[in-house]
Ligand binder design. Structure first.
Ligand SMILES: *[C@@H]1O[C@H](CO)[C@@H](O)[C@H](O)[C@H]1NC(C)=O
Ligand SMILES: *[C@@H]1O[C@H](CO)[C@@H](O)[C@H](O)[C@H]1NC(C)=O
Length: 157
């Protein structure tokens, strides 16, 4: 390898590495939970693929929350409200996966915003009765995933 060739080669590699790092960083850059965002999207640089991963990760969290909630000793009416809200969130996330494919930006944003509202409505059930919310920590985590979905959705045009 001639010295000039290897320099050019190194420069090309450096630029490629920088470009990759930058696009990953920028997809999660506006996230309030960048570590979670990065761990969920991994090395994905396509906004659509990153959002799909993030929605799938959220779905998994909601499905876990739903099955755990069934076995929680919470006030029955609150528990039922939360079960309903988790199911609605799961349906919205499922629809939003379709909207990523069809690039329905309006549908995507409205479904992904609804997910956060559903989590809040579950919290409200407990707040209204002023009783301890056994789902508080789970719901905080669900909101972090939900926030990241919206941040990643904003990168799709
Ligand atoms: C849930 O909590 C509310 C407020 O304390 C109470 O009125 C209601 O009876 C409770 N429901 C059950 C099933 O415990
Ligand atoms: C998502 O929707 C598809 C098609 O309607 C359905 O078969 C699937 O069970 C749904 N997944 C979840 C997690 O609800």
């Amino acid at each position: 390898m001639s010295p000039s060739f290897s320099k050019v080669f190194l420069a090309v590699v450096a630029v490629a590495v920088l470009a990759t790092t930058q696009s990953e960083a920028s997809l999660c850059a506006k996230s309030s939970f960048p570590k979670l965002c990065e761990s969920v999207i991994g090395g994905t640089s396509s906004p659509e693929a990153a959002l799909t991963k993030s929605i799938q990760a959220s779905l998994k969290q909601f499905l876990n929350a739903q099955s755990t909630a069934r076995h929680t000793n919470a006030n029955k009416s609150c528990r039922e409200q939360c079960a309903e809200m988790y199911q609605s969130a799961i349906d919205s996330l499922n629809h939003s996966l379709e909207y990523v494919k069809t690039k329905d930006i309006g549908g995507l944003r409205s479904e992904l915003s609804a997910v956060l509202t559903y989590v809040e409505t579950c919290n409200d059930a407990f707040a209204e009765f002023q009783i301890k919310n056994p789902y508080a920590n789970t719901n905080e985590k669900l909101k972090e995933y939900g926030d990241n979905n919206l941040v990643l959705a904003a990168a799709i045009h």
